[in-house]
Design a protein around this ligand. Sequence first.
Ligand SMILES: *[C@@H]1O[C@H](CO)[C@@H](O)[C@H](O)[C@H]1NC(C)=O
Length: 285
Amino acid sequence: MEVPLCRSSYDDCKGTADWLQNRIKHTPRVAIICGSGLGDLADLIEDKIVFPYKDVPGFPTSTVAGHAGQLVFGKLQGRECVCMQGRFHFYEGYSLNTVTFPVRVFFLLGVETLIVTNAAGGLNGSYNVGDIMVIKDHINLPGFAGQSPLVGHNEDRFGVRFPCMSDAYDQKLRALAIQTAKEQKCGSFMQEGVYCMLVGPTYETIAECKILQKFGADAVGMSTVPEVVVARHCGLRVLGLSLITNKVVTDYDSHEKANHEEVLATTRLRAKDLQRLVRHLVTKI
Ligand SMILES: *[C@@H]1O[C@H](CO)[C@@H](O)[C@H](O)[C@H]1NC(C)=O
């Protein structure tokens, strides 16, 4: 498959942001990136303006089952926001620049807070399928291997050359998420932990899972980290939520196998809770 080129110089991002700005009614303050099967959140948006990615100049298109591939602007519980129904993954063949292009566009549109959601495998033995994990920190494993969206010329209009990542996941937003979860009767399945990104598209081997557990990771997935790196580079506040859709296999005698259908099935079960959580959360941001 030929992957469409998408460059993300300042002018490219500005061009896309201006194009969108001319077509929307309100400036979004919150952007939400919906992970696998979590795109229904966008259905709750009122006063909607929808742009399929293919219609937005400069936007790549999403190729994964479970991702709709459109930008939805409007109001969630009265708050101006934009929802990305379907994200871009490195494993689809996009560069990390392309993967993170929308985040820079959101920044130029005036977004201040980014909420990222994803489906992740549970590494922490005390996690259950269906738990929602507030991301406390991440491990940028592709970064260990030389893959970062910030490699290359630094664009000062986005941010500094050496951005801080020790505060990537906003402490106040994390506390707010946990408090809101309690109010929404989701407290019994909330966790807080470390998300580790692998490139994929393979699920992890048993030996790999054991390494990740030793690294201190609680959940593993194939997205989110590049978006967060770029969001922090341009000064957005970030909240990350992982839905634990399966438990990773760490036993050679186990007959369980990770698969995308199981991920989507668990997502369907818990999607409503996650939507309710995010919906009530945005009113407090
Ligand atoms: C797993 O999660 C529990 C509950 O959040 C936490 O107390 C613990 O430190 C985590 N890590 C491990 C290795 O169990």
